[in-house]
Design a protein around this ligand. Structure first.
Ligand code: ATP
Ligand code: ZN
Length: 313
């Protein structure tokens, strides 16, 4: 698979005049839509035929390779792709695997992203009596993340039988293949549906942006810099709101304290009013109704909350 991708990526490069960044994204799965949404918010317009392996950036020198998420760390480590968007869970497992084989993983982790949140967790049938990690001694634990699980057990001095599966981990206890499981959980509904109870977290995960360990040519490095700045901007505005209000000057100290996640509000004079001012501020947290009610209580009026579309610090 990786060699097919290498050929596709190499073929693409020869058709281009200036160097183009290659970014690996999950082809079809939980990370696909949020990854493409992030790139589109960063201003990338992709032309992509149905089922095509590569999406061409129409307005930026950046092309996207659509692959299985498990292939992304290898593609970036082997310099087939310059960048990748992948779950920390997959990246950690791959790094531990490389280390176990005597290779040094050397991806550069550029950014933590605000999607793909989940945790790798231990879970057992409802009837299993759990009294801490020592209860796991000698048990069979099914997982698709043997390295991460092994590290967790080793750090707790526990020796257990790790049953490595390629999928459908949650049914392993019912099939008699394992006593417990170690699998990805987000809401916990899959566990509940399989009568499994979460016991402990092995790894907290979210999507990350990774970069190849090889040095990039200056044009590519500059586009990575610009892309990461745009990603920072996108992530900052997701929660941010622009708030405007009128307030008596005397209420400003209280109002400043009530504005959530605000560094320095702008205070503007109001035409024809000496004791009142306008306050404009970017709040880096969500503004809830309670906050508005508290601001009003403190003397604010004409309150307006607007979404922030773009931000560059
Ligand atoms: P692929 O065909 O690309 O190998 P997959 O079946 O391994 O797909 P998905 O189930 O789409 O992968 O999950 C992709 C990533 O999404 C996970 O590796 C993880 O980082 C993240 N994720 C977020 N929530 C969950 C969850 N509840 N279960 C599984 N993965 C989750
Ligand atoms: Zn996968």
């Amino acid at each position: 698979m990786v060699s097919t991708l290498k050929a596709a990526a190499a073929g693409d490069q020869t058709q281009q005049d200036s160097p183009r960044l290659k970014l690996a994204v999950q082809k079809s799965g939980r990370l696909t839509d949020p990854s493409l949404d992030l790139l589109s918010r960063c201003g990338l317009k992709l032309s992509r035929g149905k089922d095509q392996l590569i999406g061409y950036g129409e307005n930026l020198p950046l092309d996207v390779l659509f692959v299985r998420d498990d292939d992304i760390p290898d593609l970036v480590q082997e310099d087939v792709c310059d960048l990748g968007l992948v779950g920390l869970n997959v990246l950690t497992e791959k790094s531990l695997q490389l280390t176990a084989r005597g290779f040094a993983p050397s991806f550069r982790q550029l950014r933590d992203l605000d999607f793909g949140r989940c945790r790798l967790a231990l879970a057992a049938p409802d009837s299993f009596h759990y009294a801490g990690p020592s209860t796991l001694q000698g048990r069979r634990i099914a997982t698709t993340y043997p390295q991460a699980l092994q590290k967790y057990l080793r750090e707790r001095g526990v020796v257990a039988d790790i049953v490595t599966l390629s999928g459908a981990v949650e049914i392993a206890p019912r099939l008699g293949r394992a006593d417990l499981i170690c699998d990805l959980v987000s809401t916990g509904s899959t566990l509940a549906a399989n009568h499994l109870r979460e016991l402990d977290t092995v790894l907290e995960s979210h999507a990350v942006l990774i970069q190849t360990p090889k040095p990039l040519v200056p044009e590519k490095a500059e586009w990575v810099r610009r892309l990461t700045l745009r990603i920072d901007g996108v992530q900052q505005v997701r929660e941010s709101k622009y708030i405007m209000l009128h307030a008596p000057r005397s209420a400003l100290p209280t109002i400043r304290q009530l504005l959530p996640g605000t560094e320095a509000p702008t205070i503007l004079p109001l035409e024809g009013a000496t004791d009142k001012v306008a306050v404009h501020a970017v709040c880096r947290e969500n503004v809830f109704w309670e906050t508005l009610e508290n601001l009003k209580q403190a003397g604010a009026s004409a309150l307006l909350v607007l979404p922030v579309e773009k931000m560059l610090r």
